[in-house]
Design a protein around this ligand. Structure first.
Ligand code: HEM
Length: 491
């Protein structure tokens, strides 16, 4: 595999503090696997993250699995995981399949770009997600949260259990599309929207292709792939039209807005402070608007669904969070921006949920050059999987790691229990850490604050297990919640 970045110097090649490598991939423990296919047959379509974590418990923090004939290094030790994530983009990159599949769709945006292309995009796009812009989007988030409240109020009146993940997916689609390009799809309101259907097809198709062992779609025209191509074309046309319209509006005329109102507009006006000539082309704006929809939707919806799961299954946690919401919100039903920042216990519930049920429990990377991880020599082109959720479940970083204890984030856990927040890696780490973190946390605070003020939540069926399922992000399968209106909210 050819390196894509200039060769880093010796200090970036090696893990921080590493000595000379003592082991190669061939020396590492790992599951045996079969000839030719290696361990591929053990990775079940929608639960493969659990398989990696099972191997981690069996083989320890550094082991090897085989995808076909290719050995892949798997790392779960916190310092090593952080070190690998930190040495991007020079030494490690996201697995090449992500960029290849995205390039075919003309959408090499911030998530899929690498090397210098990524660096340029990161410099220009990161500021568009800074808190001051995100806070500008607050009224839209509140309006759509009000719609979610109406939906769940009706469910409470009808005593009907809800598939909350479905509702939250529609909620986050509405929020993200409004913020990204100023079009409220109102999928929560039930309006059938072709764009939403196209987006779903595109996301599923991308995911399928990134995970496929072979690029079969280049040779076979399966119906699902033809549908993906059509959906992609429709999305592309629409976003390019929106980019052109926003450019016309921003570049003059009496109707020019006083300040950019959407992520798309912010991207169009983005300039690099050091090099004001550097800006994003229409193709890059398109790629990144789609990237925001992709990266922001499922992750936030799944996190919110898992938070509801914990509130519903832990009445003590729900009671404490409700007491806080009543105190902070007073008579209000949806938190204001200032109130959402004061929901400390709710924030701790979110952190604890992310630690145990991270939407992205592992990340796939690739070595650009021969390098060293800990004491292991890693050749150029080798795959490296970092188990970011596993680091948050290690007793040396988080005492009593399997228990859901929000108070550990408030300094209220026993001083005897280790607590290392820097090892909670649900948003990744290093130069490619998630830039949408503040937006996601704000959405969580507003939505959970709204739920606590208006409803009590219960699992619809305490006996039915809620299982982890890996789709685009890790989701709770079989989660159904019953909402009951609270007396004060009813009044
Ligand atoms: C709870 C919700 C979210 C979770 C758990 C999450 C998690 C992650 C993770 C694990 C990464 C990879 C980080 C790394 O490689 O070190 C990532 C990257 C990214 N996320 Fe998020 N994310 C969330 C919400 C959002 C939102 C709301 C947006 C934008 C609207 C967003 C945009 C992105 C982008 C653009 C990247 C790529 C950054 C880069 O490669 O430079 N995410 N996210």
């Amino acid at each position: 595999m050819k390196p894509t970045c200039p060769a880093p110097d010796e200090t970036t090649r090696r893990s921080a503090g590493a000595a000379r490598p003592r082991r190669t991939l061939a020396d590492l423990p790992g599951p045996r696997g079969l000839p030719v296919i290696g361990n591929l047959h053990e990775l079940h379509a929608d639960r493969w993250h659990l398989e990696f974590e099972r191997w981690w418990r069996a083989f320890g923090d550094v082991f090897v699995v085989r995808m076909g004939r290719q050995p892949i290094l798997v790392v779960a030790e916190g310092e090593l995981v952080r070190d690998v994530l930190q040495r991007r983009p020079a030494v490690f990159r996201r697995t090449r399949a992500i960029e290849d599949v995205s390039r075919e769709a003309d959408m090499v945006g911030l998530f899929s770009a690498d090397g210098e292309a990524w660096r340029k995009q990161r410099q220009l796009i990161n500021p568009t997600l800074h808190a001051r812009h995100v806070e500008g989007f607050f009224p839209s988030i509140c309006e759509i949260t009000g719609r979610l409240r109406d939906l769940w109020s009706r469910a409470a009146d009808e005593r009907a259990a809800r598939d909350v993940l479905g509702d939250l997916m529609r909620y986050s689609v509405d929020v993200t599309s409004t913020i990204a390009f100023g079009r409220d799809l109102n999928t929560l309101g039930g309006g059938p929207d072709a764009l939403q259907e196209h987006l779903q097809r595109v996301f599923l198709g991308l995911n399928r292709r990134i995970l496929a062992p072979l690029p079969y779609w280049r040779y076979l025209g399966l119906p699902a792939d033809r549908a993906y191509d059509r959906a992609l074309l429709a999305v592309k046309r629409l976003i390019f039209e929106l980019v052109a319209a926003a450019r016309r509006e921003l570049e003059g005329g009496a109707a020019r807005p006083a300040r950019p109102r959407t992520l798309l507009e912010l991207m169009i006006v983005a300039r690099d402070g050091e090099d004001p000539r550097a800006h994003l082309s229409d193709a890059e704006v398109y790629a990144n608007v789609l990237t925001m929809l992709l990266a922001g939707e499922d992750t936030t919806a799944n996190t919110l669904a898992w938070i509801l799961y914990y509130l519903a299954s832990r009445p003590d946690v729900q009671a404490r969070a409700r007491e806080e919401a009543d105190r902070v919100l007073g008579g209000g039903l949806i938190p204001t921006l200032e109130q959402s920042k004061r929901l400390e216990y709710t924030g701790a519930v979110t952190q604890e949920t992310l630690r145990l049920r991270s939407a992205a429990p592992l990340l796939y990377l690739e070595a650009n050059h021969d390098t060293v991880v800990g004491d292991v020599a890693v050749p150029a082109g080798a795959g490296v999987v970092v188990l970011t959720r596993a680091t948050g479940r290690k007793p040396e970083y988080f005492g009593d790691p399997e228990s859901f204890r929000p108070e550990r984030w408030l300094g209220g856990a026993s001083p005897m229990l280790p607590h290392e927040p820097r090892m909670a890696l649900a948003f990744g780490s290093g130069p490619r850490v998630c830039p949408g973190r503040s937006m996601a946390l704000l959405e969580c605070a507003v939505t959970v604050g709204m739920v606590l003020r208006s409803f009590t939540v219960q699992l619809a069926d305490h006996t039915a297990p809620v299982r982890e399922r890996m789709a685009f992000a890790m989701q709770p399968e079989g989660l159904r919640i019953r909402f009951t209106k609270r007396a004060r909210a009813r009044a």
